[in-house]
Design a protein around this ligand. Sequence first.
Ligand SMILES: [Fe+2]
Length: 326
Amino acid sequence: MPVPAPNLYPDFNTVRLSHVAYRVTDLARSRAFYVDTLGLQVTGETADTLYLRAMEERGHHCVALHQAPEAGVEALGFKVWHEDDLDRAHGWFSARGRPVDWVDRPHQGRTLRTSDLFGVPLEFYARMDRLPPIHQQYKLYHGVKPLRIDHFNTFSPDVDASVAFWTDMGFRTTEYTEDEDTGQLWAAWMHRKGGVHDMAFTNGLGPRLHHTAFWVPTPLNIIDLLDLMATTGWVANIERGPGRHGISNAFFLYIRDPDGHRIEIYCSDYQTCDPDLEPIKWDLKDPQRQTLWGAPAPRSWFEEGSHFIGLTPAESRLKASPIIAP
Ligand SMILES: [Fe+2]
């Protein structure tokens, strides 16, 4: 199935992805990972929640960690342009039969909680508490020197259907992987903010969250993080990479947090804001698709992901297999 034409004038204007709300089972251990090792900054703390931001971010948080008996994902957060866009989004999701609720979230204005066609929990807001800039407070930089949240990647049971729904929302496809045998989409990368993606879909048992990615200044920051993790008790949390993606051309590393939530460290993809940007097509069997240098990803990368709270994932419609490391 071909990638649908972009919807350049969607019913509501999403600016970008904003934040992820994770449930974690040991907040102190998660703090050691996200703050002491990755270098995210603590912006708020309660008895059971930790709020974090990266160095370039002015909004209050890009990660909320909630202490809970079981790990999972509560919501993927997105910022819209204006309060009016929230009302238009409410109408858009309602018209498609999706649940819609206005919810209270600390440090945010009016927040719309809804979900996509397969139930991925989404929260939209227009205003979040603003904090003073710290991007030139170089004494604060440590770990991998994370600059900003970059994207989500989710497992979808039907990537064609996910792409159609998110295209209607105004997300534009930059790259995609097609299964040559069936002509169906195996994966797709879609953006609002002008990079390769805010949101991606990968064929698999879903929906589940595959990973959340953070942008860092240079590939050397990734090498430094590997040296740090390898000598501070985190070596088992290194999953895949470092390497250069074929798709997105970004330099990458995949690591796992103490509950198994997958985090990508990511830098140097490319600008995509032209409205007539042509999506790049990849064949599922192209060995340079995952990693430009040819190394395939491990099985865990294709099979393991974080569960959305209250959602039972379904088997994927497409059974085609990618290249998996032996
Ligand atoms: Fe990614």
